[in-house]
Design a protein around this ligand. Structure first.
Ligand SMILES: [Zn+2]
Ligand SMILES: [Zn+2]
Length: 284
């Protein structure tokens, strides 16, 4: 039996754009057949709902409450809830950070001022991982597409809230070209959206005992597959990027390279994708 996990989810307590509390999601994710979820609220430089003028320790405590409400309800319903966050750079590009916890955050106020390179190196050194979220998203609030080729462990190849399928097709090609593992997530902000969306996430053979198992699965490229809508990552060759693109290297420097060179690959993806399950097809 395969286990399905949500990797990208927001709560209204900590994310200004979310509408549902962490506790409200649990029964729906259970009904959809997920084995667990990772709460990834918008972090300090993203669309956080926690006032930035709070002292750091208070900010962290408040930030973690969105996750804690979900975890507490998860405990009541015997459902696993893990912690992560989503940080934003320059209002444009987003990164999912996994494997560090509240105690770690309390001791590291400098996390607020990280560059992408510092984020990657420090998270890695502390035993976590960094995944670039929806790298080819071109929604109206984004001024440029930033492709961080060297400061991530993996790429989110499919995101259920991307408006256009082409963003996911490009992200999948890009990840394959770079040889990076891929993840998928729903980027859920409200329970009612979860009911309509397909069950996006990652599939693994065994249940995660902790977030460390997820980090290992990412870093060892041991994710078995992703659950997405059929055709979601299909590449047609006419995908467009209408925004300026900044391709950055392992030192987080702009390279001036073209994004087109990063999606050319000869072989078609052999990565296993499964159709996202609807609410009616419960997973057994
Ligand atoms: Zn949001
Ligand atoms: Zn998100």
């Amino acid at each position: 039996m395969s286990c399905l996990y949500e990797t990208h989810l927001h709560t209204s307590w900590a994310s200004a754009c979310a509408q549902s509390k962490g506790s409200q999601y649990i029964r729906y994710y259970k009904e959809l057949g997920y084995s667990g979820i990772i709460v990834t609220d918008h972090f300090y430089n993203g669309n956080t709902a926690i006032p930035r003028n709070l002292p750091w320790k208070e900010w962290v405590k408040q930030f973690c409450r969105g996750y804690e409400e979900a975890r507490n309800e998860g405990e009541r319903q015997c459902f696993d809830v893990f912690f992560g966050w989503e940080e934003t750079f320059d209002g444009c590009d987003d990164y999912l950070v996994y494997g560090l916890d509240r105690e770690w955050l309390l001791e590291h106020p400098e996390v607020r001022n990280w560059t992408r390179g510092e984020q990657y190196r420090t998270v890695h050194a502390a035993g976590g991982c960094v995944v670039q979220a929806h790298p080819f998203r071109q929604h109206s609030y984004i001024r440029r597409v930033v492709l961080s080729t060297g400061c991530v462990d993996a790429v989110e190849a499919a995101n259920a809230t991307n408006f256009d399928q082409s963003y996911d097709a490009l992200a999948m090609r890009y990840a394959k070209k770079l040889g990076l593992p891929v993840t998928a997530g729903s980027d859920m902000h409200a329970v009612q959206d979860l009911i309509c969306a397909g069950a996006y996430g990652i599939c693994v053979a065994e249940k995660f005992r902790s977030i460390d198992d997820f980090v290992r699965a990412v870093c060892n490229n041991a994710i078995d597959g992703i659950s997405i809508d059929e055709g979601r990552c299909d590449y047609y060759g006419d995908e467009k990027v209408l925004l300026p693109v900044d391709v950055r290297d392992k030192d987080d420097r702009s390279t001036g390279k073209s994004w087109k060179d990063l999606i050319e690959c000869s072989e078609t993806s052999s990565f296993r994708t499964t159709s996202a399950r609807s609410k009616d097809e419960k997973y057994g």
